[in-house]
Design a protein. Structure first.
Length: 233
């Protein structure tokens, strides 16, 4: 049974990178892949990043893309497939277009690093970061957000946008169904900011493709429901 909630968009901004995604260990791993590994342990974090960016820019764009994809995909795709993707990466927007949703955030991260290293050769990745407050007078309604929050949350957010948005056109049937496994890959990151018996606030990072139209939305009411227990198990 569906339950009604009030939704308030507290903040909204577009992003081209996710803060703290790239760490010193990531830069070290990339440098090792590029065979620049001597003395890495003695290099400061800031210098590691600069060295990594300079090393990437020494290669052709598709070669550099292969190194970055090899690292971020971490064995998810075969080497031949990575070669193919790397060759065409600059001409595409794979954080939106790739068939496997589970890889979208990784492509987003790859584009962000490569665009900086190559001063704009690669497309600017387009993401969103926003805070949403969900409230209801009925505390038991929040049981819909257990054990996984993503399906119920995506259903609520979809209701704040026109039915012709990409999310609603592509996943309208899943939004209405009792099984929406794609939701966990549509929402890249979810952080619970606060929670009480009758409201919860989340910070969400995702693609502008899915939620860009929420930028001009302040508040709305929406119905949601949880995935069936059988499907979650």
């Amino acid at each position: 049974m569906k339950k009604k909630f009030n939704i308030d968009i507290l903040s909204f901004k577009k992003i081209s990178n996710i803060e703290n995604t790239w760490t010193s260990n990531d830069y070290k791993a990339l440098l090792v892949l590029m065979e620049f590994e001597d003395g890495l342990e003695s290099i400061s974090d800031n210098d590691l990043r600069e060295m990594c960016m300079m090393s990437l820019s020494d290669f052709a764009a598709d070669e550099a893309a292969k190194y970055v994809l090899t690292h971020v995909l971490n064995g998810t795709l075969l080497e031949g497939k990575i070669d193919q993707i790397a060759h065409d990466l600059a001409e595409n927007k794979l954080w939106e277009e790739y068939a496997d949703l589970s890889l979208h955030q990784r492509f987003f991260d790859a584009y962000g690093l490569l665009r900086e290293a190559f001063n704009g050769t690669f497309a600017l990745p387009t993401g969103v970061k926003f805070q949403v407050k969900i409230s209801s007078k009925q505390a038991d309604y929040f049981e819909f957000f257990k054990p996984t929050v993503e399906p119920s949350l995506v259903r609520l957010l979809s209701a704040g946008m026109d039915e012709n948005t990409i999310l609603n056109r592509l996943y309208g049937e899943k939004i209405e169904s009792d099984s929406f496994p794609e939701a966990k890959n549509i929402l890249w990151e979810i952080k619970e900011i606060s929670k009480s018996k009758t409201e919860a606030t989340y910070e969400i990072i995702s693609s502008e493709l899915w939620f860009g139209e929420l930028e001009d939305v302040d508040s709305f009411e929406a119905l949601t429901h949880a995935d069936s227990i059988d499907e979650e198990d």
